[in-house]
Design a protein around this ligand. Structure first.
Ligand code: DGJ
Length: 339
């Protein structure tokens, strides 16, 4: 009896190890179930990571637990969950993540609020302003049928909330959906967003407090329909990783390079290699994290469109050969290789 119990326990442990991130060894297993330090599935989709004073903070969409199809959006498969707000997890090692709570909660009562659970709250990103000492969050806020196409802004004195919501706008008078933020070495910050019905990617310099567009912006890749932008800088060059525009379904990633954040941007091609590289390993870009002086990690969402809360995360090292980047599929890899 005791033997059978021990055997069962060993098999369960082995199975769990095979199916989840291996926290003992610091291994990242893309596409597998990822549990937080309380053993709950991590719920931080379309997100990004901020490194601040020795801790990583992962912010993402806190998806509701049931997915429905919104028939009022006829031109694409509009699967949705109720918006849960923006979650935050913290970690010292990029593998063990502690749930810090929902730092920008959805509004339960006021249906006129941007943050009402019936609306769309996607792709939150947070950067730190060294002058105002505020953590500044931007996110895509939309109506239930994606017609509002706006960006929301929230601020907080601490990384773990609660963030104060300041409101939304169409930045530079233009539509804004998928988005990211990029803070440059000189402290200037940029808001990068899909605009003009997603056909054109806008890069907009923010005001010094990061709360508004400064009015200086460029229109990039007109007519190319790029979504899911992720921006980073390496040895003085700027890079944008992005996806094509196919709803929740995967497509081929592409990256572009520039000498200045506002452009001109040169399209470089698909950075992915290995198994399923032509469809971004069934994923869609969301963020590229710089780790230490010279290492980068590319983050993707593998959407599960009919059960969105059960979407998975794909995290892979991003390496350079000269100016060219490579993101190679690996079933499992150790974060200790990021130095
Ligand atoms: C693709 C975007 O990248 C996602 O954030 C989400 O808005 C889906 N489209 C909705 O179909």
């Amino acid at each position: 009896m005791k033997k059978t119990f021990l055997l069962l326990m060993t098999m369960t442990t082995l199975l769990m190890g095979a199916c989840t991130q291996s926290q003992e060894t610091g291994l990242v297993k893309s596409g597998e179930i990822w549990l937080d330090t309380d053993s709950n599935m991590i719920n931080a989709h379309g997100g990004g990571i901020l490194y601040h004073e020795g801790t990583y903070y992962w912010y993402g969409e806190y998806k509701g637990d049931s997915t429905y199809w919104n028939p009022k959006v006829p031109h694409w498969e509009c699967y949705r969950t109720e918006a849960g707000g923006v979650s935050c997890y913290s970690s010292k090692n990029l593998v063990d993540w502690k749930f810090e709570g929902v730092v920008l909660p959805a509004e339960q009562n006021d249906s006129a609020s941007d943050l009402h659970f019936s609306n769309v709250l996607e792709r939150p990103k947070v950067i730190y302003n060294d002058v105002t000492k505020k953590f500044v969050m931007w996110l895509h806020v939309d109506s239930h049928n994606y017609a509002k196409a706006a960006s929301g802004v929230a601020v907080c004195d601490t990384p773990t909330g609660q963030f104060e919501y300041l409101g939304s706008m169409r930045p530079n008078g233009a539509m804004a959906r998928d988005m990211t933020l990029f803070k440059d070495d000189d402290g200037k910050a940029y808001h990068i967003y899909s605009s003009e019905e997603n056909s054109t990617l806008y890069i907009s310099l923010l005001t010094d407090d990061y709360l508004r567009p400064s009015g200086r912006f460029t229109r990039n890749f007109p007519g190319a329909y790029r979504e899911a932008p992720a921006v980073f800088k390496h040895q003085g060059k700027y890079y944008i990783l992005s996806s094509g525009c196919t709803g929740w379904d995967p497509n081929q990633a592409q990256y572009a390079m520039a000498d200045s954040m506002l452009g001109e941007w040169k399209v470089m091609g698909n950075p992915c290699s290995g198994k399923d590289a032509d469809i971004t390993f069934y994923g869609q870009s969301t963020h590229v994290l710089k780790v230490g002086e010279n290492s980068y990690m590319a983050m993707f969402d593998r959407w599960n469109k009919t059960d969105l809360i059960n979407s998975r995360y794909i995290w892979l090292p991003l390496t350079f050969k000269g100016d060219s980047i490579d993101i190679a599929w690996q079933d499992a890899w150790s974060v200790s290789t990021l130095k």
